[in-house]
Write a protein that binds this ligand. Structure first.
Ligand SMILES: C[S@@+](CC[C@H](N)C(=O)[O-])C[C@H]1O[C@@H](n2cnc3c(N)ncnc32)[C@H](O)[C@@H]1O
Length: 222
């Protein structure tokens, strides 16, 4: 039985340097996100699983007019975000999950970055996507980023990932990370991601980013 990942203790406090190491071109990916939600019909943004607030910072640096609601169930992660935005009145942060927010379509855009792969595909992924969809106005953009692939594609792309991470990391760390991805995450194929998004009330997604096992898409609330 796979374990659901918990972002606590060291895993939370080292999170920012962890992603820089293990996600090739993470900065490039993040730099595209603000443009992909431009043109939304209002300025309320939902950042589901906001973690330490990385995407909130990137989005606000590019477009300061967004009013952001960030939610994350990990106390350690959201506390880092709270500290980061303590002087920014446009950012509301809540320790919790999306279903804790009022069940009303008040948001004009949403992001879900590096969250869905932690959830089993037993209704839990679909439920989270539906919970987000219900809180969005029609035609709102939704950006999603996830570790993705059928089992064969995951094996092949994990081999590619080994070549793309910074040189000089101990082989043991690389093997541990690859094993953790193989054994602890609930990855699904891109086709399944499409099915889930469409089933949750979004338009057919368009992939705008891929680097080894990491893929990013944009779709709209139907
Ligand atoms: C890998 S981090 C991603 C953080 C941030 N989105 C980023 O890209 O840097 C995954 C986050 O998802 C959060 N998470 C786990 N289950 C969640 C849920 N049901 N709803 C929202 N966030 C969740 C975790 O606490 C963690 O902070």
């Amino acid at each position: 039985m796979k374990k659901v990942e918990i972002f606590a203790d060291k895993r939370a406090t080292n999170y920012d340097s962890f992603v820089e190491t293990w996600i090739p071109n993470y900065h490039y990916f993040m730099s595209i996100v603000p443009s992909l939600i431009e043109g939304a019909k209002g300025d309320n943004l939902l950042v589901a699983g906001c973690g330490t607030g990385t995407e909130i910072k990137t989005i606000l640096d590019a477009s300061p007019s967004w009013k952001v609601t960030g939610v994350d169930p990990s106390k350690e992660m959201i506390n880092q975000a709270k500290e980061r935005f303590s002087r920014n009145n446009s950012v509301k942060l809540m320790e919790g999950v999306v279903s804790d927010l009022p069940n009303e379509p008040v948001f004009h855009a949403a992001t879900l970055l590096l969250v869905l792969h932690f959830m089993p595909d037993d209704g839990t992924k679909l439920n989270l996507l539906k919970t987000i969809s219900k809180r969005l106005h029609k035609h709102s953009p939704f950006v999603i980023f996830d570790i993705t692939g059928s089992p064969d594609q995951m094996s092949e792309n994990l081999e590619i990932l080994r070549h793309l991470i910074p040189k000089g990391l101990p082989a043991e760390d690389i093997n541990d990370r690859v094993e953790r991805i193989k054994n602890n995450l609930f990855t699904v194929s891109e086709e399944r991601i499409y099915e889930l998004l469409i089933g949750a009330g979004f338009s057919k997604p368009v992939r705008f980013f891929q680097n080894s096992i990491y893929m990013g898409w944009r779709c709209y609330k139907s």
